[in-house]
Ligand binder design. Structure first.
Ligand SMILES: C[S@@+](CC[C@H](N)C(=O)[O-])C[C@H]1O[C@@H](n2cnc3c(N)ncnc32)[C@H](O)[C@@H]1O
Length: 263
């Protein structure tokens, strides 16, 4: 299988062409269903049911493409009252093995609702192969969260720890990350922005790739958009394949990769 390239096409047609168990991690940030109402790619289904049927079709392919010890990450947004992702999670968990539900805390709300709390998170459903169980590849040490110097200094005062050097080294490694990932969403003026309406921050995708793959492993993004997964995977020394149906976004992602390779 050719890696480190973008395949232009519909995920439902492209994924069936790829070989079984080819990917250590799969990231999917699919259309949400009528959340981005100005985008044709998010409003293309006549009903929720049609969207759910379509979703099951491509997720089944992704699960076929996932290695036995691999992880599949599927983004979904709820914040604007759309509950379709809850139905999707329910159907996916009935058919596949639930592994985790990660919350992406976007830090800044969308400021869209006057009648409820301001939406500020997205969800990432994590599935594994049913036989994967406790042998899933998950590298907790790769996504530790550093303590700040003040916290380290305070913890070092704890009299229970006699070996201060060992304690310091332990604290320097940081703490295990929770499944609540706080990564600010990209501001309009961010240098990272490529012009895609739902571009994910590289720092968020980095956590998903770091926790689920080693250098040299291969990552698939079934809805590549502006190429965030490809850019992060390339930077981290992973192999990658991206699928994107819109030639304009393929061009955007290719330009992003070309810029990365020149650096
Ligand atoms: C939520 S966006 C992904 C954004 C991406 N994570 C990023 O950081 O830029 C979803 C993408 O799926 C693409 N798309 C929609 N339907 C598709 C299909 N059937 N096959 C492949 N890509 C599709 C859209 O063009 C859009 O770029």
């Amino acid at each position: 299988m050719k890696t480190n390239h973008i395949i232009t096409g519909d995920a439902c047609h492209v994924l069936p062409e790829l070989p079984d168990a080819a990917f250590q991690a799969i990231i999917a940030d699919p259309p949400y269903y009528n959340v981005l109402t100005g985008e044709a790619w998010d409003t293309q289904w006549p009903s929720e049911e049609a969207y759910l049927t379509w979703s099951l079709q491509w997720v089944r392919e992704c699960m076929r493409l996932l290695k036995d010890d691999g992880l599949f990450f599927c983004f979904g947004q709820l914040g604007k009252r759309e509950h379709v992702f809850i139905h999707l999670m329910s159907r996916l968990c009935a058919e596949f093995q639930f592994h985790d539900l990660v919350i992406w805390d976007r830090a800044v709300g969308y400021n869209e609702r006057r009648d409820s709390f301001t939406p500020a998170y997205e969800m990432i459903l994590v599935l594994r192969q049913s036989q994967g169980g406790d042998r899933v590849k998950f590298i907790k040490d790769a996504v530790r969260v550093p303590y700040d110097e003040q916290t380290i200094a305070a913890y070092l005062k704890d009299p229970r720890y006699k070996n201060k050097a060992a304690r310091h080294q332990h604290l320097q490694a940081g703490k295990y990350a929770t499944n609540l990932l706080r990564v600010p969403s990209l501001k309009g003026a961010s240098k990272e922005k490529c012009g895609h309406p739902s571009q994910k921050p590289a720092a968020l995708i980095e956590k998903l790739i770091l926790c689920s793959t080693d250098v040299g492993d291969t990552v698939l993004d079934a809805f590549l958009g502006s190429g965030t997964t490809a850019a992060v995977a390339q930077t981290l020394g992973r192999q990658w394949v991206g699928v994107e149906v819109n030639p304009h976004y393929v061009e955007m992602a290719n330009q992003r990769m070309a810029g990365l390779l020149q650096m």
